[in-house]
Design a protein around this ligand. Structure first.
Ligand SMILES: [Fe+2]
Ligand SMILES: [Fe+2]
Length: 251
Protein backbone atom coordinates (compact mmCIF):
# COMPACT_ATOMS: atom_id res chain seq x y z
CA UNK A 1 0.00 0.00 0.00
CA UNK A 2 1.33 3.44 -0.94
CA UNK A 3 1.39 5.78 2.05
CA UNK A 4 2.91 8.80 0.30
CA UNK A 5 2.33 9.36 -3.43
CA UNK A 6 5.12 11.95 -3.77
CA UNK A 7 7.90 9.80 -2.33
CA UNK A 8 6.38 6.44 -3.28
CA UNK A 9 6.71 5.19 0.30
CA UNK A 10 4.88 1.90 0.86
CA UNK A 11 3.90 -0.33 3.76
CA UNK A 12 3.18 -4.06 3.46
CA UNK A 13 2.71 -6.85 5.99
CA UNK A 14 5.39 -9.46 5.26
CA UNK A 15 4.80 -11.79 8.23
CA UNK A 16 2.24 -11.93 11.05
CA UNK A 17 2.28 -8.41 12.56
CA UNK A 18 5.48 -7.38 10.76
CA UNK A 19 5.31 -4.54 8.26
CA UNK A 20 7.93 -3.47 5.74
CA UNK A 21 8.04 0.28 5.16
CA UNK A 22 10.02 1.15 2.04
CA UNK A 23 10.98 4.44 0.43
CA UNK A 24 12.47 4.28 -3.07
CA UNK A 25 15.42 6.37 -4.24
CA UNK A 26 15.08 6.77 -8.03
CA UNK A 27 17.97 6.18 -10.47
CA UNK A 28 18.11 9.93 -11.13
CA UNK A 29 19.31 10.37 -7.52
CA UNK A 30 21.29 7.16 -7.12
CA UNK A 31 22.44 5.19 -10.17
CA UNK A 32 20.44 1.98 -10.51
CA UNK A 33 17.99 3.10 -7.83
CA UNK A 34 17.93 2.08 -4.18
CA UNK A 35 15.53 1.67 -1.26
CA UNK A 36 15.48 2.27 2.48
CA UNK A 37 13.36 -0.11 4.55
CA UNK A 38 12.19 -0.04 8.13
CA UNK A 39 10.20 -2.78 9.83
CA UNK A 40 7.34 -2.23 12.25
CA UNK A 41 6.60 -5.07 14.67
CA UNK A 42 3.04 -4.44 15.85
CA UNK A 43 2.64 -5.83 19.36
CA UNK A 44 1.81 -4.56 22.86
CA UNK A 45 5.16 -2.73 22.89
CA UNK A 46 5.40 -1.64 19.25
CA UNK A 47 8.95 -1.81 17.93
CA UNK A 48 10.65 -0.62 14.77
CA UNK A 49 13.87 -2.06 13.42
CA UNK A 50 15.61 0.92 11.82
CA UNK A 51 14.45 4.47 12.32
CA UNK A 52 15.37 5.46 8.77
CA UNK A 53 17.38 8.50 7.71
CA UNK A 54 16.50 11.70 9.59
CA UNK A 55 15.21 13.35 6.42
CA UNK A 56 12.79 10.47 5.86
CA UNK A 57 11.34 10.68 9.39
CA UNK A 58 8.01 12.26 8.27
CA UNK A 59 7.55 9.51 5.66
CA UNK A 60 8.32 6.67 8.09
CA UNK A 61 6.06 8.17 10.75
CA UNK A 62 3.24 8.58 8.23
CA UNK A 63 3.54 4.94 7.17
CA UNK A 64 3.57 3.67 10.78
CA UNK A 65 0.42 5.69 11.46
CA UNK A 66 -1.52 3.56 8.98
CA UNK A 67 -1.06 0.59 11.36
CA UNK A 68 -0.83 2.20 14.82
CA UNK A 69 -0.11 5.69 16.21
CA UNK A 70 3.65 6.28 15.99
CA UNK A 71 3.40 7.98 19.41
CA UNK A 72 2.81 4.49 20.88
CA UNK A 73 6.21 3.16 19.79
CA UNK A 74 8.13 1.60 22.67
CA UNK A 75 11.44 0.52 21.10
CA UNK A 76 13.43 2.17 18.32
CA UNK A 77 15.85 -0.56 17.38
CA UNK A 78 18.63 -0.62 14.82
CA UNK A 79 21.58 -2.69 13.68
CA UNK A 80 24.35 -0.10 13.85
CA UNK A 81 25.10 3.60 13.96
CA UNK A 82 24.66 5.03 10.48
CA UNK A 83 22.16 7.57 9.18
CA UNK A 84 19.89 5.10 7.42
CA UNK A 85 19.77 2.86 10.50
CA UNK A 86 19.20 5.49 13.18
CA UNK A 87 19.20 9.02 11.71
CA UNK A 88 15.56 9.49 12.72
CA UNK A 89 16.07 8.11 16.26
CA UNK A 90 15.78 11.37 18.20
CA UNK A 91 12.77 12.47 16.14
CA UNK A 92 10.98 9.27 17.17
CA UNK A 93 12.03 9.71 20.82
CA UNK A 94 10.56 13.23 20.67
CA UNK A 95 7.09 12.10 19.54
CA UNK A 96 6.86 8.77 21.41
CA UNK A 97 7.16 9.44 25.16
CA UNK A 98 7.56 5.75 26.13
CA UNK A 99 10.14 4.93 23.46
CA UNK A 100 13.79 4.10 24.09
CA UNK A 101 16.61 3.11 21.74
CA UNK A 102 17.17 -0.66 21.55
CA UNK A 103 20.62 -1.70 20.36
CA UNK A 104 23.76 -3.63 21.21
CA UNK A 105 25.71 -2.92 24.38
CA UNK A 106 28.60 -1.59 22.30
CA UNK A 107 26.28 0.77 20.41
CA UNK A 108 24.82 2.03 23.71
CA UNK A 109 28.20 2.56 25.38
CA UNK A 110 30.13 3.95 22.46
CA UNK A 111 27.53 6.14 20.77
CA UNK A 112 23.87 6.04 21.67
CA UNK A 113 23.92 6.94 25.37
CA UNK A 114 25.56 10.19 24.27
CA UNK A 115 23.91 10.84 20.91
CA UNK A 116 20.34 9.89 21.76
CA UNK A 117 18.03 12.07 23.82
CA UNK A 118 17.23 9.11 26.14
CA UNK A 119 19.45 6.23 27.29
CA UNK A 120 19.28 2.94 25.42
CA UNK A 121 17.92 -0.42 26.43
CA UNK A 122 21.14 -2.27 25.64
CA UNK A 123 20.83 -5.90 24.58
CA UNK A 124 23.42 -8.59 25.30
CA UNK A 125 24.14 -11.25 22.73
CA UNK A 126 21.41 -13.90 22.93
CA UNK A 127 19.21 -11.83 25.23
CA UNK A 128 15.46 -12.00 24.64
CA UNK A 129 12.96 -9.21 25.17
CA UNK A 130 9.20 -9.71 25.40
CA UNK A 131 7.21 -7.08 23.53
CA UNK A 132 3.79 -8.64 24.23
CA UNK A 133 2.83 -11.78 22.36
CA UNK A 134 6.33 -12.38 21.08
CA UNK A 135 9.98 -12.36 22.09
CA UNK A 136 12.74 -10.64 20.20
CA UNK A 137 16.26 -12.05 20.45
CA UNK A 138 19.38 -9.97 19.95
CA UNK A 139 22.33 -11.34 17.98
CA UNK A 140 25.67 -9.53 18.20
CA UNK A 141 27.42 -9.43 14.83
CA UNK A 142 30.47 -7.17 15.18
CA UNK A 143 31.78 -5.97 11.82
CA UNK A 144 29.28 -8.10 9.86
CA UNK A 145 28.96 -6.62 7.36
CA UNK A 146 30.38 -3.46 8.96
CA UNK A 147 30.66 -1.54 12.26
CA UNK A 148 31.86 -2.82 15.63
CA UNK A 149 28.46 -2.29 17.29
CA UNK A 150 26.44 -4.21 14.70
CA UNK A 151 23.76 -6.66 15.77
CA UNK A 152 20.43 -8.03 14.58
CA UNK A 153 17.00 -8.93 15.88
CA UNK A 154 15.15 -12.23 15.54
CA UNK A 155 11.41 -12.56 16.13
CA UNK A 156 10.90 -15.99 17.68
CA UNK A 157 7.13 -15.91 16.94
CA UNK A 158 7.31 -15.61 13.15
CA UNK A 159 10.97 -16.70 12.86
CA UNK A 160 11.74 -13.48 11.04
CA UNK A 161 15.40 -12.48 11.03
CA UNK A 162 15.92 -8.74 10.70
CA UNK A 163 19.15 -8.94 8.76
CA UNK A 164 19.90 -5.24 8.18
CA UNK A 165 22.51 -4.64 5.48
CA UNK A 166 23.01 -8.35 4.72
CA UNK A 167 21.57 -9.11 1.26
CA UNK A 168 21.52 -5.41 0.29
CA UNK A 169 19.85 -5.25 -3.12
CA UNK A 170 19.88 -2.30 -5.50
CA UNK A 171 16.88 -1.03 -7.42
CA UNK A 172 14.02 1.21 -6.37
CA UNK A 173 11.03 -0.94 -7.34
CA UNK A 174 11.62 -4.15 -5.43
CA UNK A 175 8.57 -6.15 -4.25
CA UNK A 176 7.89 -6.18 -0.51
CA UNK A 177 8.41 -9.93 -0.36
CA UNK A 178 10.10 -12.27 -2.81
CA UNK A 179 11.24 -15.87 -3.06
CA UNK A 180 13.69 -14.87 -5.81
CA UNK A 181 17.48 -14.78 -5.89
CA UNK A 182 18.33 -11.99 -3.44
CA UNK A 183 21.88 -13.32 -3.03
CA UNK A 184 22.58 -12.90 -6.74
CA UNK A 185 21.14 -9.40 -6.83
CA UNK A 186 22.90 -8.34 -3.62
CA UNK A 187 26.27 -9.63 -4.82
CA UNK A 188 25.75 -7.78 -8.12
CA UNK A 189 24.96 -4.61 -6.17
CA UNK A 190 28.03 -5.12 -3.96
CA UNK A 191 30.29 -5.51 -6.98
CA UNK A 192 28.90 -2.36 -8.60
CA UNK A 193 29.02 -0.20 -5.47
CA UNK A 194 32.48 -1.49 -4.50
CA UNK A 195 33.87 -0.03 -7.71
CA UNK A 196 32.62 3.42 -6.72
CA UNK A 197 32.63 3.52 -2.91
CA UNK A 198 34.66 0.54 -1.76
CA UNK A 199 33.34 -2.73 -0.33
CA UNK A 200 30.77 -2.29 2.46
CA UNK A 201 31.68 -5.76 3.79
CA UNK A 202 34.52 -5.49 6.29
CA UNK A 203 35.53 -9.15 6.13
CA UNK A 204 35.86 -9.88 9.87
CA UNK A 205 37.66 -13.12 10.70
CA UNK A 206 34.77 -14.00 13.05
CA UNK A 207 32.07 -13.76 10.42
CA UNK A 208 31.77 -17.52 9.84
CA UNK A 209 31.04 -18.08 13.53
CA UNK A 210 28.44 -15.33 13.52
CA UNK A 211 26.78 -16.76 10.42
CA UNK A 212 26.62 -20.16 12.15
CA UNK A 213 24.64 -18.55 14.98
CA UNK A 214 22.22 -16.94 12.54
CA UNK A 215 21.71 -20.23 10.70
CA UNK A 216 21.05 -22.03 14.00
CA UNK A 217 18.07 -19.71 14.56
CA UNK A 218 16.37 -21.48 11.62
CA UNK A 219 14.77 -18.30 10.26
CA UNK A 220 11.84 -18.50 7.83
CA UNK A 221 11.86 -14.90 6.63
CA UNK A 222 14.76 -12.52 5.99
CA UNK A 223 13.78 -8.89 6.57
CA UNK A 224 16.33 -7.01 4.46
CA UNK A 225 16.98 -3.31 4.93
CA UNK A 226 17.55 -2.56 1.25
CA UNK A 227 15.43 -4.32 -1.37
CA UNK A 228 12.89 -7.10 -0.89
CA UNK A 229 12.28 -9.19 2.18
CA UNK A 230 12.63 -12.89 1.42
CA UNK A 231 10.45 -15.92 2.19
CA UNK A 232 10.00 -19.11 0.19
CA UNK A 233 7.69 -21.04 2.52
CA UNK A 234 10.24 -23.77 3.26
CA UNK A 235 11.84 -24.36 6.68
CA UNK A 236 15.41 -24.43 5.36
CA UNK A 237 15.49 -21.92 2.49
CA UNK A 238 16.59 -18.93 4.54
CA UNK A 239 19.33 -20.97 6.22
CA UNK A 240 20.61 -22.08 2.83
CA UNK A 241 20.77 -18.45 1.70
CA UNK A 242 22.73 -17.50 4.82
CA UNK A 243 25.16 -20.37 4.21
CA UNK A 244 25.63 -19.21 0.62
CA UNK A 245 26.22 -15.63 1.75
CA UNK A 246 28.72 -16.84 4.37
CA UNK A 247 30.62 -18.65 1.62
CA UNK A 248 30.76 -15.42 -0.39
CA UNK A 249 31.91 -13.04 2.29
CA UNK A 250 33.50 -14.90 5.20
CA UNK A 251 37.18 -14.41 5.68
FE1 LIG B 1 25.15 -0.01 7.19
FE1 LIG C 1 21.66 0.14 5.70
Amino acid sequence: MITNPQSGTTIDEIADGIYRISTPVPPTVMPGGFSFNQYLIADAAPTIFHAGPRRMFPLVREAINTVLPAERLRYISFSHVEADECGGLNDFLAIAPEAVPLCSRVAAQVSINDMASRPARAMADGEALSIGSRELEWIDAPHLPHNWETGYLFDRHTRTFFCGDLFTQGGHQTPALTAGDILGSSEAFRAGSSAVMGDYVSGSRNSRKIFDRMIALAPLTLACMHGSAWHDGTPTGAGALLIALADKISA
